[in-house]
Design a protein around this ligand. Structure first.
Ligand code: NAD
Length: 362
């Protein structure tokens, strides 16, 4: 019998090419008068462009967002917001920039308006993360959930192809783990399946032609769904492993998700046949004749020229034992029990970049 709990998160989404021109209108809705704009150093010019029409509604531009939100940077942004009397933060960028805005919101209650430029999905979640002394802490707090998210595919045109592919695979990972989550529910599963379909269909077109506006819009639509899934239900082994590999071995975020995902799927497949059937159905709908979820996702990544081995993205073989220890240190929910032996073998396959064995479920 069907039985589930579903929490809808209170955020407003404005989607469409050119939608960034509605930023002023969206600030009106929230009563924002003095916004602090956040971005990475590399995205300074795009952030300036996006916020040019806001006039004196922006009181400053803080361009020091970096990966994993170091606590010192969060403190500096908080001080800047307080010094300028900001009444909101506008995050223009990927997960690192949104993460910085969340860190400010966490201690100040300032509303966040997110203008995402990657497919990471942080803008749809109440999850914050901050790194101190090499350790990343995360938590859930509704105060950090962006109030308004403006998804403008035009802003993703500049995302390099390789980054588009791995960022898209990162969004697919949210969808896949959402399908077999312990909190899985029919609404989230619909979003997850369509998210996989949209991204799997869009990425090959982006690789072929990075200026394909429709493909960019489809990928961003899928990214929205991926973010919504991540925000709505709990994740499992795949996200835990990627968090460990990124946090303790400094591996790049989206690439790590890309490499680990097929192996996490292979590990969990025997215990989540319905979820895997939906992954396969989504790949078929995207025009990919996948036989099973694990090889289908591996083929998608490999076919797009993405990295498929941990070795190729900077992991050292001698760190595999420690990574396996860390990954099983604190117990967490997963459809299949997480064992040290199982995780070590998964990491070995991911390190070598093996195509997973086909797991055909009846
Ligand atoms: P990122 O934000 O670090 O961006 C990567 C690089 O791409 C940066 O140099 C950035 O300036 C550049 N960039 C971004 N958009 C661009 C564009 N359109 N054109 C050209 N360059 C562009 O990377 P990310 O993958 O978006 O985010 C990763 C971070 O987000 C990680 O720290 C991860 O933990 C976090 N994250 C958090 C959540 C959450 O819910 N809290 C969810 C997903 C990711």
């Amino acid at each position: 019998m069907l039985s589930f709990t579903y929490d809808a998160l209170p955020s407003r989404v404005v989607f469409g090419a050119g939608s960034v021109t509605k930023l002023n209108e969206e600030l009106d809705r929230l009563g924002v008068k003095k916004a602090l704009v956040l971005c990475t150093h590399q995205q300074w010019s795009i952030a300036t462009q996006v916020t040019a029409s806001l006039g004196d509604r922006t009181v400053g531009l803080f361009d020091r967002a970096v990966m994993h939100v170091p606590v010192e940077i969060a403190e500096a942004a908080r001080e800047e917001a307080a010094k300028l009397g900001a009444d909101a933060c506008i995050a223009v960028g990927g997960g690192s920039t949104t993460g910085l805005a969340k860190a400010v919101a966490l201690t100040s209650d300032l509303p966040v308006i997110a203008v995402p430029t990657t497919y990471a999905g942080s803008e749809m979640t109440p999850i914050w993360g901050m790194t101190a002394d090499g350790v990343k802490k995360t938590g859930r707090d509704l105060r950090v959930l962006p109030r308004t998210v403006i998804y403008d595919p035009d802003l993703t045109m500049s995302l390099p192809v390789a980054m588009s592919v791995t960022s898209g695979m990162n969004a697919i990972a949210h969808c896949v783990e959402g399908l077999y989550s312990k909190d899985a529910n029919p609404i989230v599963s619909l979003m997850a399946e369509d998210g996989i379909r949209a991204i799997a269909k869009a990425l090959p077109r982006i690789v072929k032609n990075p200026d394909d506006a429709e493909a960019r819009a489809d990928a961003l639509y899928g990214a929205w769904l991926g973010g919504a899934v991540l925000g709505a239900v709990g994740m499992a082994l795949h996200h835990k492993l990627c968090h460990t590999l990124g946090g303790s071995f400094n591996l790049p975020h989206a690439e790590t998700h890309t490499v680990v995902l097929p192996h996490a799927i292979a590990y969990n497949s025997p215990e989540s046949p319905d979820a895997m059937a939906r992954v396969v159905r989504a790949l078929h709908a995207a025009g990919m004749p996948a036989r099973d979820a694990a090889t289908g996702i591996w083929d998608l990544a490999a076919g797009l020229g993405a990295p498929v081995s941990l070795e190729s993205i900077g992991m050292l073989r001698r760190h595999l034992e420690r990574a396996a220890d860390l990954a099983v240190e604190n117990p967490y929910w997963n459809p299949r029990p997480v064992t040290r032996v199982g995780v070590r073998s998964l990491l070995e396959d991911a390190f070598e970049g093996k195509r997973p064995a086909s797991v055909i479920l009846q």
